[in-house]
Design a protein around this ligand. Sequence first.
Ligand SMILES: *Cc1c(COP(=O)(O)O)cnc(C)c1O
Length: 345
Amino acid sequence: MRLEMTTLWPYGRGMRLFDFPRRRYTPHATPLEPARRLSAHLGGPDIWFKRDDLLGLAGGGNKTRKLEFLVADALAHGADTLITVGAVQSNHCRLTAAAAAAEGLKCRLILEERVPNSYRPGASGNNLLFHLLGVEAIDVVPAGTDLAARMEQEAAAVAALGRKAYVLPGGGSNARGALGYAACAQELMQQAFELGVRLDQFVCASGSAGTHAGLVAGLAALDARLPVTGVSVRRPRGEQEPNVHKLAVECATLLGAAAPAREAVVVEDGYVGAGYSLPTDEMIEAVRMVASLEGVLLDPVYTGKAMAGLIGLIRQGRFKKGETVVFLHTGGAPSLSAFADVFLA
Ligand SMILES: *Cc1c(COP(=O)(O)O)cnc(C)c1O
């Protein structure tokens, strides 16, 4: 009888991260640190922060990890221009513009007005940074626009100038972008091992899904057995869970890893409020609580709602004393100044 190594290896099939070109925008692991005063205040589990708000490129945040793989692919294709899409205060657009600047590429943005009339040419926050980072063109389109078609049209306009565009999907969320969060899963498990911290639960914001999907794919490939709860910032669970699972399977396939189970994707959708980017009382409470107790800035659109979810789940007893919960801080604070009215009211 011939024994195949692959059938004996008990820890899944691993990940082939080395097979993909990658640029490095953060020269170190992001800190994994205890949020002691927040944990004591809530009286529930021990909360730790994975500080992806401290990733590289202007203002940091989760899109930096996805851009490491996406921009490397753009360069491998000989592109000189990055084109992407996002909301009017998009962190992804800010970081794509920053990566373009750092690589000597040009950048064009399509901004989707998800909330009607929300685009303000003179707005602060990320909008100001788009301009500082040297974005070549900004086009604002109404919600419901076929964004993929609009970006292809922009790519054709760039080609007509004798240049070459590379189109990044919204949030950098395709299988290649999600590799950034499969890599983060590996970084996190190594860090927890070195710190001697046993992790029981993982909580993150779930939006365009690349972060959530990459983590689920990476943790499954590592057989980490760390349950992930994604707090939706936009879509109902019935839409978001299948979206995340589909992308997690695509990411795992790209990695040569086993596909994660459908049950590995869990979305909590009770903290969206009236809609994407629209403030909720729970978000305001969460942003104020973490700022005043930990000296850490969350954001109104993503991490404020994700933290509201974590606080809510602790209050409901879903996460308990004695457990350790990691909260992924995906960044976003550069948009805070565009929401001053929400917090100073
Ligand atoms: C984009 C974003 C998220 C959500 O990540 P996805 O991969 O789009 O689901 C969370 N937090 C911040 C600050 C973001 O900018």
